[in-house]
Design a protein around this ligand. Sequence first.
Ligand code: ADP
Length: 499
Amino acid sequence: MFGKRIQLKLPPIRLRVLIMVLILLVGFVPVILKGAVLSNIYRQTLLDGRKNEIQNQSLILSARLTRSGYLRSAERDASLNAEMDATASAYNGRILLIDQNYRVIRDSFQLAEGRYHVAPEVIRGFRGENGLTYNAEQRYMIQTTPVYSRTLGEEENSSRTVEGVLLFLASTEALRAQLRNARNSQVIMDSVFFLLLLSLSIVVSGLIMRPFIELRTSVGQVSNGDLNQSISQNTYLITKQLSDELNTTIRRLRDADQSRDEFVANVSHELKTPITSIRVLADSLMSMDDVPVELYKEFMNDISKEIDREAKIIDDLLNLVKMDRSGVVLNRTSVDMNAMLEQILKRLRPQAKLRNIEMTLETVRDVKADVDEVKFSLAITNLVENAIKYNVDGGWVHVSLDADHQFCYIKVEDNGIGIPEDQQDNVFERFYRVDKARSRETGGTGLGLAITRNIILLHQGIIRLTSKEGEGSSFLVRIPLVYIEKGSAADLTAAETTE
Ligand code: ADP
C-alpha cells in the first residue's frame, strides 16, 4: 500500500560545496542564535532598568509630594514643580498629577492643567495600586503612583488615604535607538565573522579535497591509457582503500593488455607459418623449369596440407574465442556418456591404427550427465587425440568412465612421451607446446588443451594432469552429473575449477 516510493533524481553534489556549507552552518548558526539570545537579554535588561528607574523616580516624587502636602496647599511648591519638570524631561516624558476629583492639577507639559483625566490607570492609582504599563507599540510606559495624605504616619500605608495620583509617561524611543545601535554593531560583527568563516571554509574544504583531487588526476591519467601509473593516495583511509582497489584493477588491465598482445602476436605468428610454407613451396615450383608432374603433385599436396593446417588454426581460434566470451550458452541435454566415448574412440581408431596404438575403453557403469554434447565431445576428443599424437608407436591409450552419486569421471591415459613436470602447468595455455616441431608434425595448433579446459570450466568441472616424462600422461576430467545454476551450491564446484 505504501510500497511506492517517489525517487528524486538529484544531480551529484559537489563535496567541496557540502564541506563549505557544513563549516558555515556549524560556525555561524550558533553565533546567530547566541546573538539573538544576547540581544533579547540586552533589550529586556534595558527595559527593566528603565522601568525600575521610572518607578523609583515616581516613588521619590510621590513621597515628596506627600511630605510637602502639595495637593492640599494652595501655593504649589515651586521646587517640586521644577523637580517634576526636570524628571519628566530627563526621561523624555511627561508627568501628570491628578487630584481626587480626577482633575489634572499639574502637567509638566502645562497643557492639561485644570482638565479632567479619568483613565483606567488613574482609577487603579486611587485604589492604591502602584504599577507600570508598557505599551511596546506606542513605545512608552506609564507609571501610576498614588500620592498619600500627609496627616497619618507614613509607615502605615494601608490606613492612609490616596489624595492624588502621579502619572509618569516615559518614552522608550531612546531605548530603541540604543538597541538599534547595538543591533547594527552586531550585524557588522556577524558579517565580518561570516566573511572570515567563509574564507576559512574555502581554505579548509580545499585542503580536505586535495587528496581526492589528486586521486582523480591519477585516475584520469589511467583512463587516458597510461596503465603504468601506480596510484598512491594514502592521506585518508578511504583514499588509501580506493588507491589499493584501483591499483588492483590497473594491474588486471595491464595483465589483460599484455596477454592480449601476446595472444595477438602468437596468432599472427601461427597464421603466418603455413602461409610462409605455401609461399616457399609455390616460389620453388615457379623457379623451376620443366617440373616433373610427380614433383608438382608432391608440392601441391604439401601446399594443400598447409592450407588444411591454416584452416584448423582458424577453426580452433574461433572455438576458443567463442568459449572465452562470457555468457556462452551451453546447449545441455542428458547425454549417454558411454555412447559418447565409444563414438569418439571409433572416430579416432584409424588414426591410432596407423601407429599401431591400442585403444581401450573401460566403462564401470552406465553414466548420464547434463552436458553440451558437441562441446564436451570436442573436449574429450582433444584429450584422446593428444594421447595418440604424443604416443610411441605400438603404445596404448586407455579411456575410462566412472561416476558416483554426484560426479562423472573420465580418465584419458597413455604410455606416450609424457610431459616434463616443469611444463605441466603451461600446457593448458594458448599456443603452448612442449615440442613445437612434434606438435607441428602431428598437425597440432597448441590450442587443443586451452579449448578443452575452457569447455570443462563451462561445465563447472575440473581437469587434472599427472604425467611423467618418457612414461606417459593421464588427464582426469570431473564434471557434475547434474548442472546446477550459478549462485547455488554448485558454486563450490565452480570455485574448485579455478584452483
Ligand atoms: P597441440 O595442438 O600442440 O596438441 P594442445 O594444446 O592440445 O596443443 O597441447 C599442448 C601441448 O601439450 C602439446 O603441444 C604437447 O606438447 C603437450 N601434450 C598434450 N597432451 C599430451 C600427452 N597426452 N602427452 C604428452 N604431451 C602432451
